[in-house]
Design a protein around this ligand. Structure first.
Ligand code: NAD
Ligand code: MG
Length: 359
């Protein structure tokens, strides 16, 4: 078992990575006398019985909420179902909510835990690669609104996170690759040695070899936790985690959410941000080729969707929330492992990148 500590003062918490299911002492040791597992209809048949069995203890009351599966259900209405379940069951302020599932379940459960009776304990058992390396670290929780994705939410740090990489064996390959895009991002923006490790070990990681996964999930959590510890509420360095995301969001919104997975759009977005960094003389083209190669080996796209126009990119990017007083702030690369957030670049260079990817 590997344990990463997220340092946030009195809200610090551990992320345990290893055989959390077969060796369930940690999950078992959640102290609350009331525990409700929140999951979805896809994950419940795979893992809920196992988690509930681990939590079973004399004097502890257990419950389970099974939500519908899908980003389309990441709404206040669905969170309200959690509240209704808790209130109908007279669950008290001592209840712990345990999110069992991917980022959608995690974000909604965390938000419910932030709100129920003004805040109850929250634990996470993330079961997708994306949720293991990204959404379960950092305390952002929330839901979508018809007028904007993730626009309603709260910061709510979990008490602990339990990651069992074995769960990835049931995850569809496309979802695995999408999560790997965020892993590549961590190497590119924060740790050149880690990026080299990923290049050398991508096959064993995607073949889900346990040791390789524990190491990668651990290092990615460490990197994200390190950034979050420096900047919990995204006033500065946390924004570097958006590397590739402004271009990626443009792809997601233009195609319509659900066409490309988030990680797929971010993969292309990272290539585009790296391309722009080359045009600005910040990095060498060789680095772009390495990033493309690693993403492609992982089955991720490295070219913009066919037919998407420069104009569609510009329009969508201008609407992105990172537009600050007229200037579009982008995350660019200074070198492998070093990113910076800036609005200080010639528009003509950005246009050249867009033109290059929209041929
Ligand atoms: P997801 O939660 O939709 O899971 C993807 C699919 O895999 C779903 O169908 C799910 O039911 C299924 N699934 C989950 N675990 C499985 C398993 N072990 N075996 C088989 N199927 C499994 O998607 P995701 O990529 O995990 O998360 C995306 C969400 O996370 C988005 O809503 C995004 O906004 C959010 N997010 C939040 C943060 C944050 O900081 N809070 C960061 C990044 C993303
Ligand atoms: Mg992302």
């Amino acid at each position: 078992m590997k344990t990463i500590q997220v340092d946030l003062g009195d809200r610090s918490y551990p992320i345990h990575i290893g055989s959390c299911f077969s060796d369930d002492a940690l999950i078992r040791s959640i102290p609350n006398t009331e525990v409700v597992v929140v999951t979805n209809e896809t994950v419940a048949p795979l893992y809920a019985d196992q988690v509930l069995a681990s939590l079973k203890r004399d004097g502890r009351r257990l419950g389970q909420v099974v939500l519908p599966d899908g980003e389309a259900y990441k709404t206040l209405d669905t969170v309200n179902r959690i509240f209704t379940y808790l209130l109908e069951g007279n669950f008290s302020r001592k209840v712990a909510l345990v999110a069992l599932g991917g980022g959608v379940v995690g974000d909604m459960t965390g938000y419910a835990a932030a709100c129920y009776q003004r805040g109850v304990d929250f634990y996470q058992i993330p079961t997708t690669l994306l949720s293991q390396v990204d959404s379960s670290v950092g305390g952002k929780t929330g839901v979508n609104h018809v007028l904007g994705k993730n626009m309603i939410g709260a910061f709510k740090q979990p008490k602990a996170v339990f990651i069992d990489p074995e769960t990835l064996k049931t995850l569809p390959n496309r979802e695995l690759s999408a999560g790997f895009a965020e892993v590549v991002k961590h190497g590119v923006i924060a740790d050149a040695t880690y990026f080299e490790h990923l290049e050398a070990n991508v096959e064993s990681i995607l073949a889900l070899e346990s040791d390789a996964l524990v190491q990668v999930i651990g290092r990615s959590c460490e990197i994200k936790a390190g950034v979050v510890a420096k900047d919990e509420t995204e006033q500065g360095v946390r924004a570097t985690l958006n590397f590739g995301h402004t271009f990626g969001h443009a792809i997601e919104t233009t195609l319509g959410y659900g066409q490309w997975l988030h990680g797929e759009a971010v993969a292309v977005g990272m290539v585009m941000a790296a391309d722009l960094s080359v045009r600005l003389g910040m990095i060498d083209n060789l680095l772009v080729e390495r990033v493309k190669n690693l993403l492609a080996v992982a089955g991720l796209p490295i070219e913009a969707p066919s037919g998407m126009t420069q104009n569609q990119f510009s329009t969508a990017m201008k609407r992105d929330k990172k537009v600050d007083a007229g200037a579009l702030r982008l995350v660019l690369l200074q070198s492998l492992g070093k990113a910076l957030v800036t609005a200080d670049y010639p528009q003509s260079s950005l246009d050249e990148t867009l033109a290059e990817f929209c041929r």
